[in-house]
Design a protein around this ligand. Structure first.
Ligand SMILES: Cc1cc2nc3c(=O)[nH]c(=O)nc-3n(C[C@H](O)[C@H](O)[C@H](O)COP(=O)(O)O)c2cc1C
Length: 174
């Protein structure tokens, strides 16, 4: 019974949020994996998966996550529940806000993984985002650059939202 939280990070913000999520999921065994050090066997050893990524470049995936995609494609995700979160900067990148979250969502969808934990757009100001599908973000969105004071509340509300599906899967696997 294990939840794997796989994250990419450039300056450490995504790791900080990953640690907050782990804290909020105290009743489960949550293991954090930097994607630079994770393999297919790590994905396969977990009963449920959380992925977190910042958006870098011009609305792009971090290179480290790009490099991890073949591993993701090669792993058997076996219908495990998946939840996503993304970090971005809505003030400096209003037209590419958390685009990487949207890119990752589509990759996972292609691999047959249906993500949980869609998140409302309320409280964010931006023009465009690839992470918006049917009027919602495809995962938790965090802006440490401009709204750090909201992060803890957002994380705890989102964890409450995804807990039943993530823990349900972990519990069923015994
Ligand atoms: C070079 C660079 C490019 C960025 N490009 C984007 C972007 O296109 N869209 C966005 O929402 N945020 C963008 N950001 C903001 C980061 O996603 C944000 O600062 C995030 O918290 C960084 O997370 P990390 O510390 O885990 O790397 C960019 C930041 C940097 C430094």
């Amino acid at each position: 019974m294990k939840i794997g939280l796989f994250y990419a990070t450039d300056t450490g913000n995504t790791r900080t949020v990953a640690k907050m999520i782990k804290q909020q999921l105290a009743e489960a065994e949550v293991k954090l994996y930097n994607v630079t050090k994770a393999g297919a066997e790590d994905l396969e050893s977990c009963d449920a998966l959380i992925f977190g990524t910042p958006t870098l470049g011009d609305g792009e995936l971090p290179e480290t996550l790009e490099a991890f995609l073949p591993t993701l494609e090669g792993a058997n995700l076996g219908g495990k529940p998946v939840a996503l979160f993304g970090l971005g900067d809505q003030v400096n990148y209003p037209k590419e806000f958390v685009d990487a979250l949207g890119i990752l969502y589509r990759k996972l969808k292609k691999l047959g993984a249906e993500s949980n934990g869609f998140w409302p757009l309320d409280g964010y100001q931006f023009e465009k985002s690839r992470a918006v599908v049917n009027g919602k973000f495809v995962g938790l969105v965090i802006d440490q650059d401009n709204q750090e004071e909201l992060t803890e509340g957002r994380v705890s509300a989102w964890v409450e939202q995804v807990k039943p599906v993530l823990l349900g899967a972990a519990a069923m696997a015994g």
